[in-house]
Every structure is written in structure tokens, then in C-alpha cells.
Design a protein around this ligand. Structure first.
Ligand code: FRU
Length: 496
């Protein structure tokens, strides 16, 4: 079958299943998700032709990972998305692995031409082969032609395992560069060393290997998936999603980049998120130069072995994008993240209260919507004497998702052991808790909760699957009083 036939077949499958998936009770209201089927990494994120383009890893045939295609959607504001026809399908001997296909990659523009680079996967009897390929579109990203000379990178460099994927292409001082995620030695599953490789090119089709840009050195996991390299606030930033690195799902290095030596010199590093579901993010530059990124609100360990891909798979879909975040650099070189300010356009009814104290007994926050909302708490730390503040979301007699600000130990906790019949576990991270006024922003959607605090230094993204009967939201304090300067809650509109 030709690429065109494959695309048509895939498109029909998505459309056929979309009506049933739309009825799913866990469908998100203001997060991007495919009409049906499976989604993982954001790919080819780019501002082009007056809109943002989001491509994404997509299995159009089932709500499970497999047979990867590139889905496509566009948006004027990174929030309201319009689905476009599927952009790339497995169709060639180099990208036709039935359990692989067209893996992650990135997009760049040359004039009016959109060039996307992706990892092709194949197995012709010698194991899983990953190569880097090019496809181009001259009609704004609607139709792509695969480059006849594919793969543009066929061999892994010496010492690199077959885990070799997720090309991110960028332009710097007259040359094209490609960063590729890889694993040195044994590979991702056998104790290899995660790293990012650098290539350079003058014409986007001939690529020369420059060397290992940065590596794990025993500290940051066995394989770096979806690496990204971009300038921010006078520094260079390298982000990646490490495999087998404990709870660390997405990390950053901030430092100096030496393109001539193919070396990144990290000065600061950290987690981009402390939740369980924030993975494989990709940056993009807006029209005005603003740098943001979009992540998959999930992780690869959600695949085989995790309750058959989780509760939404039973509804015919699985996976969504996290709320896009705007990035900036803090005064100590840390990455700060804020929800895209355009999210304020989703606000509907508002409830607000000033100057009140929470202690002991739970205070019922009269939320304008029990499920889809933005909540902002402004806490006066100087007047707060409590050891802990609990925010219980999506609560009824037997369920709740509990967020705890531990003032005494400066920690944030996210407990989903009682959230629903599927979720479990306690996520924790350190807090700065700098005062006098400390702000916590909570974005709740049907099946996710995202937190932003410490002026964007600390974030958490987690999924939960309550059933809509859990309608209450409570605040309570332990060991003293919490002085709330203000709380404001907005019901958020659906984008669909
Ligand atoms: C990350 C990842 C990538 C790969 C893609 C396959 O989630 O494993 O490394 O390209 O997903 O779907």
C-alpha cells in the first residue's frame, strides 16, 4: 500500500471510532487529545502559517501503543485545537515495523516548506532498527512526501546501542544541527548510559556525526528519549526524558553550548515536573519569540502491564497533552514554568474570597465547577502557624485526591491512593515556600490535576480517574492555622 492509502485507512479508523470515544466519561475538557485511539509524544511542534502545529505519536487503530503514525492538529493559541488529517503513516520498508512505525521527531521550516524529521523503525530479521528520516510538505503540513533518499541517517555511531531516536533539528549560525536521543553500551533496557548525540548538516539530507553532546555519567538514566536543545534567556537548555531514572520523567540542563566541540556544559539541572505524568515534552517558539513546551500527560511505563493501558482505553482512547507551559530562566539559572497565559481565556464563573483562616475542620470551597477549574490560593506565610494544609479535590464519602503543603518540612505531596479505583501512590517533592505571599495554582480537568507553585519552579502533573460523583473540594489545616490572603476559583470552559 502507498503512503496515501495507509493514511486514508488510518483516517477512516479514527473517524469510525470517534463517536464512541467522544462519549467517554473520562474525556478531558480543555486538554488536547486525539478524536480516538492512542496518543503519546508531541512531535513537530512549530508556529507556522499563523498558527501552532502539533503533531503527535498516534495509533489510529486502537487505544494502545503500536503502529505509530503522526497525528496533526492546529491552534491559534495552544489551547483551542482543530484536528487535521493524519500526517504520517508507516508505509516504507524502513518504517514499517508493525509494533513501531513512525516514531517521534521534530519540524523546521525552510521558506514555505515544512520539513519533519522522524525516527523510522523496522525489523527485517536482524532486530529492531531505528534510523532517522525526512518528510516534507508544501501545503502547510497537510500532505507529506517522504524523502526518496531516506533514511538520512542509517547507522548508529560506534558505541551507541540500537536505541537511537527522536531527532530534534535546529538552526544555528548558518548550519543545521540534529540532536538524537540514544543509549551508550547495553541499551535502554540493559543498563546502558543515556545520552544525546549531535549531528550537523548544510542541506538537511547529508548529516555528519559530531559527537556526544551530553551523557548520563551514571546519574540520569539509561536512555534519553525526546531530547531538545534551544536557547533561553542567554543560555542553552537541553531537555530530555530519561528511562530508568526513578521518578524523574523529564529533566533539564541549563548551561553553555559549544557547537564546534559538540559539547553541552551544564551549569544547572533539575526536574521539569515532579508528577507521574509529564513526559516526552517538546519546545516551540511562538510568533513573538516566546518559548513554551508541550508534554505528553503520561509516560511510557503506562504501556504494557499497567491495567491494560488504564481506564480510558476502555472508552476507545488513551493519552492527552498536558497544558502547554511558557518557559523562562530564574535568577539562579533554573527553569521556571507557567501555564500559557492564554489559558485565562477559558475562565467562566468565578468565586473568590479574601482574608480568611483555615484551621481544624474542613472548609468547603464552593467551587463554580466540581471538576474542571483553575484554583488559585494565596497564602500568607508570615501569618500561617499550621504544620500542614490539605486540599481535598474530587471528594465524596469514600474518595478524595489529597494535596498537602507541608510547611514544617517544606514539601508538596500528592496522594492518589483514594482518588478512584485505578490510581494509587504518593508523589512528593521539595518546596521553596518563599513568602510573604505564596501562590499555588491548580488546574483540574476530568482526568488530570496540574500544580504550579514557587513562582514556576515547582510543578506536578498527575492523572486521576474519578467518576463525576466526587464533587466536593475542601481545605483543612493541621497543627495551627493557615492564613489565606485570597482564594479564587474559575470554572473552565471546554475547548471541544
Ligand atoms: C517516548 C518514545 C520515543 C519514541 C516514541 C514511540 O515516549 O518512546 O522515544 O520515539 O515514544 O512512540
Amino acid at each position: 500500500m502507498t503512503h496515501r492509502d495507509r493514511l486514508q485507512q488510518a483516517q477512516q479508523a479514527v473517524e469510525k471510532n470517534a463517536e464512541a470515544a467522544a462519549k467517554g466519561r473520562h474525556r478531558q475538557k480543555y486538554h488536547f487529545m486525539p478524536p480516538s485511539g492512542w496518543m503519546n509524544d508531541p512531535n513537530g511542534c512549530i508556529w507556522f502559517g499563523g498558527k501552532y502545529h502539533l503533531f503527535y505519536q498516534h495509533n489510529p487503530y486502537a487505544p494502545h501503543w503500536g503502529s505509530m503514525h503522526w497525528g496533526h492538529a492546529t491552534s491559534p493559541d495552544l489551547l483551542h485545537w482543530q484536528h487535521c488529517p493524519i500526517a504520517l503513516a508507516p508505509s516504507e520498508t524502513y518504517d514499517d515495523h508493525p509494533e513501531g512505525g513512525v516514531f517521534s521527531g521534530s519540524a523546521i521550516l525552510t521558506g514555505e516548506k515544512l520539513n519533519v524529521f522522524y525516527t523510522a523503525t523496522a525489523n527485517h530479521g536482524q532486530g529492531f532498527v531505528q534510523t532517522q528520516c525526512l518528510a516534507t510538505s508544501t501545503d502547510g503540513g497537510l500532505h507529506f512526501t517522504k524523502y526518496p533518499g531516506n533514511p538520512v541517517i542509517r547507522e548508529v555511531p560506534p558505541g551507541v546501542s540500537p536505541d537511537f531516536r527522536d531527532p530534534k533539528v535546529l538552526f544555528h549560525e548558518g548550519l543545521w544541527y540534529m540532536v538524537v536521543g540514544a543509549s551508550l553500551g547495553g541499551g535502554a533496557w540493559h543498563g546502558g548510559e543515556g545520552c544525546a548525540l549531535l549531528y550537523q548538516s548544510r542541506d538537511l539530507t547529508h548529516w555528519e556525526y559530531c559527537g556526544i553532546l551530553a551523557r548520563s555519567e551514571g546519574q540520569f538514566g539509561s536512555m534519553w528519549e525526546c531530547p531538545d536543545l534551544f536557547p533561553l534567556g542567554g543560555k542553552w537548555v537541553l531537555t530530555f526524558s530519561p528511562m530508568f531514572h526513578g521518578r524523574h520523567r523529564s529533566m533539564y540542563f541549563v548551561g553553555e553550548m559549544d557547537f564546534a566541540q559538540a559539547r553541552f556544559f551544564p551549569q544547572h539541572w533539575g526536574d521539569l515536573d515532579h508528577g507521574a505524568e509529564y513526559y516526552a515534552l517538546q519546545s516551540l517558539q511562538g510568533e513573538n519569540g516566546r518559548v513554551s513546551h508541550i508534554a505528553w500527560q503520561n509516560g511510557w511505563d503506562w504501556m504494557e502491564g499497567w491495567q491494560d493501558f488504564g481506564p480510558t482505553a476502555k472508552e476507545g482512547w488513551c493519552g492527552c497533552a498536558a497544558l502547554p507551559r511558557v518557559l523562562s530562566l530564574g535568577s539562579h539559572g533554573q527553569i521556571l514554568q507557567a501555564p500559557v497565559p492564554e489559558a485565562a481565556s477559558l475562565r467562566k464563573q468565578r468565586v473568590s474570597r479574601r482574608d480568611f483562616t483555615v484551621q481544624g475542620q474542613p472548609t468547603d470551597l464552593a467551587m463554580p465547577d466540581p471538576c474542571c477549574y483553575e484554583l488559585e490560593l494565596l497564602i500568607n506565610l508570615e501569618k500561617t502557624t499550621a504544620k500542614r494544609l490539605h486540599l481535598d479535590l474530587r471528594a465524596d464519602e469514600t474518595h478524595r485526591t489529597r494535596l498537602t503543603v507541608n510547611f514544617a518540612q517544606k514539601r508538596l505531596l500528592f496522594d492518589r491512593n483514594q482518588s478512584d479505583d485505578h490510581s494509587s501512590g504518593l508523589l512528593e517533592c521539595p518546596l521553596l515556600l518563599e513568602g510573604p505571599l505564596w501562590r499555588l495554582q491548580v488546574f483540574s480537568d476530568t482526568s488530570s490535576v496540574e500544580l504550579f507553585c514557587d513562582r514556576g519552579l515547582t510543578t506536578m502533573s498527575n492523572t486521576i480517574y474519578p467518576c463525576h460523583t466526587e464533587q466536593k473540594t475542601f481545605l483543612s489545616a493541621e497543627g495551627g492555622a493557615v492564613a489565606l490572603e485570597q482564594y479564587t476559583a474559575w470554572a473552565l470552559d471546554s475547548i471541544w
